[in-house]
Design a protein around this ligand. Sequence first.
Ligand code: URA
Length: 304
Amino acid sequence: MFVDYVVLERKKKRNCRKKKAGLQMKATIRLDKMLGNLGYGTRSGIKILVKQGAVTVNGKSVKDHGMQINPTQDVVVLDGETIRYRDTVYVLLHKPAGVVSATEDSRDRTVIDLLDEDLAVLSPFPVGRLDKDTEGLLLITNDGKLSHELLSPRKHVPKTYRALVAGDVDKEDAEAFQQGVTLDDGYVTMPSQLSVLAQSNGEDAPTAVEEGHAEEMIDAIKLAPRQEEPVQHATLSWIELTIHEGKFHQVKRMFEAVGKKVLYLRRVSMGPLRLDPALAPGEWRELTEVELESLRNYRKDGPA
Ligand code: URA
């Protein structure tokens, strides 16, 4: 009994020490690492800058490139510029067609290549994948925990897409998607919500089924020829689909399952995040505090 108590007390103390050490480790960072993380050069380059007297900390010139800095308290100035430290990055990208959702690729440009160097240096990665020819909302971050939770198959984070589909997408398709369709590998999809926003018979201008979507469909038709095999169809449908999982090529394969082909695909939302209409394909911006907060709350409150 007494032995158990002693073991427990020792364990508590150990954990407490570990916690304190952890906090200390997080609170400070080497000066050269901090500047390196922010993209101000390599460790050796920064060492030279510091030796040359280009850096002051709290108003005093420093010569020790390895000194510990508390980024939230110490004021670091490099060549007259006050440095604001950050170690996380959250970017909302309007992914254009033609770039791959990866951090590196030997053939294609990646979504990371579209970012500024001072963000890319923080090692961000895309949260999930969009196909090379898919456009739309892509979250890029270096927050592994957030990414893991958004992608977790148990969370069923909804993802909404708009797509130009060859053929007459109708109520039967919507019912089939609500029930779940069988993909080419035998997987039966979870219930998803499909609605038709506009349609065209291929010759006349599209008719909006839901107010205001005809214009958007015309734009999508202009983008669609980027597809490998243009499909001539009497009817084209501009649709919106919300899925709650993320299988490989899921939207395209779901339409294949009902005998139709996706000609153009754009993701417009993921969880609480919406594609910013002010961002043209290829443009990005960092998440606002409100968006970040909504993501964090979504993680907490979202479906388990
Ligand atoms: N579904 C697809 O088919 N492609 C994507 O890029 C995303 C979802």
